[in-house]
Design a protein around this ligand. Sequence first.
Ligand code: SF4
Length: 320
Amino acid sequence: MTTAIRDDLELEIEDLRKEKNAIVLAHYYQHADIQDIADFVGDSLALSRKAATCEQDVIVFCGVRFMAETAKILNPSRTVVLPDYEASCSLVDGCPPAVFQAWREKHPDHVVVTYINSSLELKSMSDYCCTSSNAVQIIEAIPADKKIIFAPDKNLGAYLAKVTGREMLLWQGSCMVHEIFSEKHLVQLKEQHQDALVLAHPECEETILALADFVGSTAGILKFARESEHTKFLIGTEARMIHAMEKEAPGKEFIPIPTSTGCACNECPHMMRNNMEKLRDCLRDLTPAIEIEESLRLRALLPIEAMFKVCDGDVPTSGD
Ligand code: SF4
Protein backbone atom coordinates (compact mmCIF):
# COMPACT_ATOMS: atom_id res chain seq x y z
CA MET A 1 0.00 0.00 0.00
CA THR A 2 1.38 3.42 -0.95
CA THR A 3 2.00 6.05 1.71
CA ALA A 4 -0.71 8.29 0.19
CA ILE A 5 -3.36 5.55 0.41
CA ARG A 6 -2.20 4.74 3.94
CA ASP A 7 -2.47 8.42 4.94
CA ASP A 8 -5.98 8.65 3.43
CA LEU A 9 -7.03 5.58 5.37
CA GLU A 10 -5.67 6.96 8.61
CA LEU A 11 -7.53 10.24 8.04
CA GLU A 12 -10.73 8.35 7.26
CA ILE A 13 -10.40 6.34 10.49
CA GLU A 14 -9.69 9.53 12.40
CA ASP A 15 -12.84 11.24 11.03
CA LEU A 16 -15.03 8.19 11.66
CA ARG A 17 -13.68 7.84 15.18
CA LYS A 18 -14.89 11.38 15.96
CA GLU A 19 -18.18 11.04 14.06
CA LYS A 20 -19.14 7.82 15.85
CA ASN A 21 -17.73 8.86 19.24
CA ALA A 22 -15.60 5.72 19.23
CA ILE A 23 -12.51 4.46 21.02
CA VAL A 24 -10.09 2.07 19.31
CA LEU A 25 -8.56 -0.58 21.58
CA ALA A 26 -5.79 -2.84 20.29
CA HIS A 27 -3.95 -5.87 21.60
CA TYR A 28 -0.14 -5.99 21.46
CA TYR A 29 -0.40 -8.77 18.87
CA GLN A 30 -2.07 -6.53 16.29
CA HIS A 31 -0.37 -5.24 13.14
CA ALA A 32 1.96 -2.31 13.89
CA ASP A 33 -0.20 0.22 11.98
CA ILE A 34 -3.25 -0.74 14.07
CA GLN A 35 -1.25 -0.44 17.30
CA ASP A 36 -0.02 2.99 16.16
CA ILE A 37 -3.50 4.35 15.41
CA ALA A 38 -5.22 2.88 18.49
CA ASP A 39 -6.26 5.02 21.46
CA PHE A 40 -5.09 2.32 23.85
CA VAL A 41 -2.84 -0.72 23.41
CA GLY A 42 -2.57 -3.40 26.07
CA ASP A 43 -2.74 -7.01 27.14
CA SER A 44 -6.00 -8.82 27.96
CA LEU A 45 -6.20 -7.55 31.54
CA ALA A 46 -5.48 -3.91 30.72
CA LEU A 47 -7.84 -4.02 27.74
CA SER A 48 -10.63 -5.51 29.89
CA ARG A 49 -10.18 -2.77 32.48
CA LYS A 50 -10.16 -0.12 29.76
CA ALA A 51 -13.22 -1.58 27.99
CA ALA A 52 -15.16 -1.67 31.26
CA THR A 53 -14.61 2.04 31.87
CA CYS A 54 -15.06 3.41 28.33
CA GLU A 55 -17.44 6.36 28.12
CA GLN A 56 -17.57 6.46 24.30
CA ASP A 57 -20.63 5.14 22.41
CA VAL A 58 -18.59 2.69 20.35
CA ILE A 59 -15.72 0.38 21.28
CA VAL A 60 -13.72 -0.88 18.31
CA PHE A 61 -11.85 -3.91 19.58
CA CYS A 62 -8.81 -4.77 17.48
CA GLY A 63 -8.03 -8.21 18.80
CA VAL A 64 -9.82 -11.54 18.61
CA ARG A 65 -13.49 -12.27 19.22
CA PHE A 66 -13.26 -13.44 22.85
CA MET A 67 -11.65 -10.09 23.72
CA ALA A 68 -14.48 -8.11 22.08
CA GLU A 69 -16.98 -10.36 23.86
CA THR A 70 -15.30 -9.58 27.20
CA ALA A 71 -15.65 -5.86 26.42
CA LYS A 72 -19.37 -6.33 25.73
CA ILE A 73 -19.84 -8.43 28.90
CA LEU A 74 -18.29 -5.63 30.95
CA ASN A 75 -19.83 -2.65 29.17
CA PRO A 76 -23.09 -3.86 27.58
CA SER A 77 -24.61 -0.46 26.80
CA ARG A 78 -21.81 0.28 24.31
CA THR A 79 -21.73 -0.87 20.72
CA VAL A 80 -18.73 -3.20 20.49
CA VAL A 81 -17.41 -3.98 17.01
CA LEU A 82 -14.34 -5.83 15.80
CA PRO A 83 -12.70 -5.67 12.37
CA ASP A 84 -13.09 -9.40 11.60
CA TYR A 85 -15.68 -11.55 13.35
CA GLU A 86 -13.86 -14.73 12.29
CA ALA A 87 -10.82 -13.80 14.41
CA SER A 88 -11.03 -16.66 16.89
CA CYS A 89 -8.35 -18.39 19.02
CA SER A 90 -7.07 -21.97 19.16
CA LEU A 91 -7.83 -22.01 22.89
CA VAL A 92 -11.48 -21.16 22.25
CA ASP A 93 -11.76 -23.57 19.33
CA GLY A 94 -10.10 -26.39 21.30
CA CYS A 95 -12.62 -26.36 24.15
CA PRO A 96 -16.14 -27.16 22.94
CA PRO A 97 -18.57 -26.00 25.68
CA ALA A 98 -20.69 -29.20 25.67
CA VAL A 99 -17.61 -31.43 26.04
CA PHE A 100 -16.24 -29.21 28.79
CA GLN A 101 -19.58 -29.26 30.61
CA ALA A 102 -19.66 -33.08 30.60
CA TRP A 103 -16.06 -33.16 31.93
CA ARG A 104 -16.83 -30.57 34.58
CA GLU A 105 -19.85 -32.53 35.76
CA LYS A 106 -17.55 -35.43 36.59
CA HIS A 107 -15.71 -33.15 39.05
CA PRO A 108 -18.48 -31.19 40.80
CA ASP A 109 -16.33 -30.46 43.87
CA HIS A 110 -13.71 -28.53 41.84
CA VAL A 111 -13.44 -24.75 41.58
CA VAL A 112 -13.28 -23.84 37.87
CA VAL A 113 -10.69 -21.25 36.89
CA THR A 114 -10.87 -20.23 33.24
CA TYR A 115 -8.33 -18.29 31.25
CA ILE A 116 -9.94 -15.23 29.69
CA ASN A 117 -8.98 -16.72 26.31
CA SER A 118 -12.20 -18.74 26.27
CA SER A 119 -15.72 -18.77 24.88
CA LEU A 120 -18.67 -17.03 26.50
CA GLU A 121 -20.15 -20.43 27.31
CA LEU A 122 -16.98 -21.61 29.06
CA LYS A 123 -16.86 -18.42 31.11
CA SER A 124 -20.51 -18.95 32.06
CA MET A 125 -19.55 -22.35 33.60
CA SER A 126 -16.63 -20.92 35.60
CA ASP A 127 -16.04 -19.62 39.10
CA TYR A 128 -13.11 -17.35 38.26
CA CYS A 129 -11.59 -15.95 35.10
CA CYS A 130 -7.94 -15.01 34.98
CA THR A 131 -5.45 -13.50 32.57
CA SER A 132 -1.79 -14.39 32.34
CA SER A 133 -1.09 -11.19 34.34
CA ASN A 134 -3.12 -12.20 37.38
CA ALA A 135 -3.44 -16.01 37.15
CA VAL A 136 -1.05 -16.72 40.05
CA GLN A 137 -2.96 -14.25 42.25
CA ILE A 138 -6.29 -15.87 41.38
CA ILE A 139 -5.05 -19.42 42.10
CA GLU A 140 -3.50 -18.31 45.39
CA ALA A 141 -6.82 -16.72 46.44
CA ILE A 142 -8.58 -20.09 46.31
CA PRO A 143 -8.54 -21.88 49.70
CA ALA A 144 -5.87 -24.61 49.86
CA ASP A 145 -8.44 -27.35 50.55
CA LYS A 146 -10.32 -26.68 47.32
CA LYS A 147 -9.62 -28.72 44.20
CA ILE A 148 -9.14 -26.78 40.99
CA ILE A 149 -9.96 -27.30 37.34
CA PHE A 150 -7.98 -25.00 35.03
CA ALA A 151 -9.05 -24.48 31.41
CA PRO A 152 -8.44 -24.23 28.55
CA ASP A 153 -4.61 -23.79 28.32
CA LYS A 154 -2.63 -26.80 29.55
CA ASN A 155 0.73 -24.96 29.37
CA LEU A 156 -0.40 -21.98 31.44
CA GLY A 157 -2.10 -24.46 33.80
CA ALA A 158 1.07 -26.52 34.21
CA TYR A 159 3.09 -23.36 34.85
CA LEU A 160 0.56 -22.22 37.49
CA ALA A 161 0.62 -25.63 39.17
CA LYS A 162 4.41 -25.42 39.37
CA VAL A 163 4.54 -21.84 40.69
CA THR A 164 1.71 -22.16 43.21
CA GLY A 165 2.27 -25.80 44.21
CA ARG A 166 -1.43 -26.53 43.66
CA GLU A 167 -2.66 -29.69 42.03
CA MET A 168 -4.98 -28.95 39.15
CA LEU A 169 -6.98 -30.84 36.59
CA LEU A 170 -6.00 -29.31 33.25
CA TRP A 171 -8.04 -29.08 30.08
CA GLN A 172 -5.67 -30.10 27.28
CA GLY A 173 -5.90 -27.00 25.08
CA SER A 174 -3.01 -24.90 23.82
CA CYS A 175 -2.15 -21.72 21.98
CA MET A 176 -1.15 -22.53 18.40
CA VAL A 177 1.41 -19.71 18.49
CA HIS A 178 3.14 -20.29 21.80
CA GLU A 179 3.29 -24.08 21.59
CA ILE A 180 5.46 -24.15 18.45
CA PHE A 181 8.63 -22.42 19.66
CA SER A 182 11.59 -24.70 19.13
CA GLU A 183 13.72 -25.74 22.10
CA LYS A 184 16.55 -26.73 19.74
CA HIS A 185 16.57 -23.34 17.99
CA LEU A 186 16.35 -21.52 21.32
CA VAL A 187 19.42 -23.37 22.61
CA GLN A 188 21.30 -22.41 19.42
CA LEU A 189 20.14 -18.79 19.72
CA LYS A 190 21.32 -18.62 23.35
CA GLU A 191 24.73 -19.87 22.20
CA GLN A 192 24.91 -17.14 19.54
CA HIS A 193 23.70 -14.39 21.90
CA GLN A 194 25.16 -15.23 25.28
CA ASP A 195 24.52 -11.70 26.55
CA ALA A 196 20.76 -11.96 25.89
CA LEU A 197 18.00 -12.77 28.38
CA VAL A 198 15.16 -15.09 27.40
CA LEU A 199 11.67 -13.67 28.04
CA ALA A 200 8.78 -16.09 27.56
CA HIS A 201 5.00 -16.17 27.90
CA PRO A 202 3.55 -18.90 30.17
CA GLU A 203 1.50 -20.25 27.23
CA CYS A 204 4.84 -21.68 25.96
CA GLU A 205 5.69 -25.32 26.57
CA GLU A 206 7.61 -26.31 29.69
CA THR A 207 10.83 -26.97 27.69
CA ILE A 208 10.88 -23.32 26.57
CA LEU A 209 9.94 -21.95 30.00
CA ALA A 210 12.78 -23.99 31.54
CA LEU A 211 15.24 -21.98 29.42
CA ALA A 212 13.67 -18.59 30.22
CA ASP A 213 15.18 -15.93 32.49
CA PHE A 214 11.75 -14.34 32.91
CA VAL A 215 8.26 -15.78 32.45
CA GLY A 216 5.35 -13.35 32.28
CA SER A 217 2.32 -11.98 30.51
CA THR A 218 2.76 -9.69 27.51
CA ALA A 219 2.53 -6.66 29.81
CA GLY A 220 4.96 -8.33 32.23
CA ILE A 221 7.47 -9.04 29.45
CA LEU A 222 7.19 -5.46 28.23
CA LYS A 223 7.77 -4.06 31.72
CA PHE A 224 10.72 -6.37 32.31
CA ALA A 225 12.37 -5.36 29.03
CA ARG A 226 11.80 -1.65 29.71
CA GLU A 227 13.18 -1.73 33.25
CA SER A 228 16.01 -4.26 32.79
CA GLU A 229 19.61 -3.13 32.61
CA HIS A 230 20.13 -5.73 29.88
CA THR A 231 19.88 -4.56 26.29
CA LYS A 232 19.32 -7.78 24.35
CA PHE A 233 16.42 -10.21 24.67
CA LEU A 234 15.23 -13.42 23.01
CA ILE A 235 11.45 -13.19 22.83
CA GLY A 236 9.12 -16.15 23.31
CA THR A 237 5.75 -14.65 22.49
CA GLU A 238 3.82 -13.50 19.42
CA ALA A 239 6.26 -11.75 17.06
CA ARG A 240 4.33 -8.49 16.66
CA MET A 241 4.78 -7.84 20.36
CA ILE A 242 8.28 -6.71 19.37
CA HIS A 243 6.80 -3.55 17.81
CA ALA A 244 5.52 -2.42 21.22
CA MET A 245 8.81 -3.42 22.86
CA GLU A 246 10.87 -1.37 20.40
CA LYS A 247 8.62 1.64 21.04
CA GLU A 248 8.75 1.33 24.83
CA ALA A 249 12.40 0.30 25.14
CA PRO A 250 14.16 2.12 22.29
CA GLY A 251 17.78 1.17 21.67
CA LYS A 252 17.33 -2.37 22.99
CA GLU A 253 17.48 -5.44 20.77
CA PHE A 254 14.66 -8.00 20.57
CA ILE A 255 15.17 -11.27 18.72
CA PRO A 256 12.16 -13.57 18.14
CA ILE A 257 12.65 -17.22 19.08
CA PRO A 258 12.14 -19.37 15.94
CA THR A 259 9.57 -22.11 15.57
CA SER A 260 10.46 -25.70 14.69
CA THR A 261 10.50 -24.72 10.98
CA GLY A 262 13.20 -22.15 11.77
CA CYS A 263 10.81 -19.28 10.98
CA ALA A 264 11.11 -16.34 13.37
CA CYS A 265 7.78 -14.80 12.32
CA ASN A 266 5.56 -16.59 14.83
CA GLU A 267 2.41 -14.54 14.28
CA CYS A 268 -1.13 -15.43 15.36
CA PRO A 269 -3.25 -16.08 12.24
CA HIS A 270 -6.37 -15.01 14.12
CA MET A 271 -4.92 -11.67 15.21
CA MET A 272 -3.60 -11.18 11.66
CA ARG A 273 -7.11 -11.24 10.20
CA ASN A 274 -7.56 -7.62 11.26
CA ASN A 275 -6.17 -4.84 9.08
CA MET A 276 -6.61 -1.11 8.60
CA GLU A 277 -9.24 -1.48 5.87
CA LYS A 278 -11.38 -3.75 8.04
CA LEU A 279 -10.88 -1.36 10.97
CA ARG A 280 -12.19 1.50 8.80
CA ASP A 281 -15.12 -0.59 7.58
CA CYS A 282 -16.30 -1.74 11.02
CA LEU A 283 -16.08 1.82 12.32
CA ARG A 284 -18.06 3.12 9.33
CA ASP A 285 -20.72 0.37 9.31
CA LEU A 286 -20.73 -0.52 13.03
CA THR A 287 -20.63 -4.16 12.09
CA PRO A 288 -19.71 -6.91 12.87
CA ALA A 289 -21.02 -6.08 16.34
CA ILE A 290 -20.97 -8.33 19.39
CA GLU A 291 -24.45 -9.30 20.58
CA ILE A 292 -24.86 -11.49 23.66
CA GLU A 293 -28.07 -12.89 25.05
CA GLU A 294 -28.54 -11.19 28.44
CA SER A 295 -28.80 -14.28 30.68
CA LEU A 296 -25.59 -15.67 29.12
CA ARG A 297 -23.87 -12.30 29.55
CA LEU A 298 -24.80 -12.18 33.23
CA ARG A 299 -23.52 -15.72 33.83
CA ALA A 300 -20.26 -14.97 31.98
CA LEU A 301 -19.87 -11.74 33.95
CA LEU A 302 -19.74 -13.53 37.33
CA PRO A 303 -16.25 -15.11 36.98
CA ILE A 304 -14.89 -11.87 35.49
CA GLU A 305 -16.23 -9.90 38.46
CA ALA A 306 -14.73 -12.53 40.79
CA MET A 307 -11.36 -12.01 39.06
CA PHE A 308 -11.47 -8.22 39.46
CA LYS A 309 -12.51 -8.51 43.11
CA VAL A 310 -9.42 -10.64 43.81
CA CYS A 311 -6.92 -8.60 41.80
CA ASP A 312 -8.30 -5.04 42.07
CA GLY A 313 -10.62 -5.28 45.10
CA ASP A 314 -13.45 -3.97 42.92
CA VAL A 315 -14.98 -4.24 39.45
CA PRO A 316 -14.17 -1.39 37.01
CA THR A 317 -17.25 0.32 35.52
CA SER A 318 -17.99 3.20 33.20
CA GLY A 319 -20.10 4.80 35.91
CA ASP A 320 -23.45 4.58 34.13
S1 SF4 B 1 -1.89 -15.88 20.18
FE1 SF4 B 1 -2.71 -17.88 20.84
S2 SF4 B 1 -3.95 -17.40 22.65
FE2 SF4 B 1 -3.62 -15.45 21.54
S3 SF4 B 1 -5.41 -15.27 20.16
FE3 SF4 B 1 -3.76 -16.28 18.97
S4 SF4 B 1 -4.18 -18.47 19.23
FE4 SF4 B 1 -5.33 -17.41 20.84
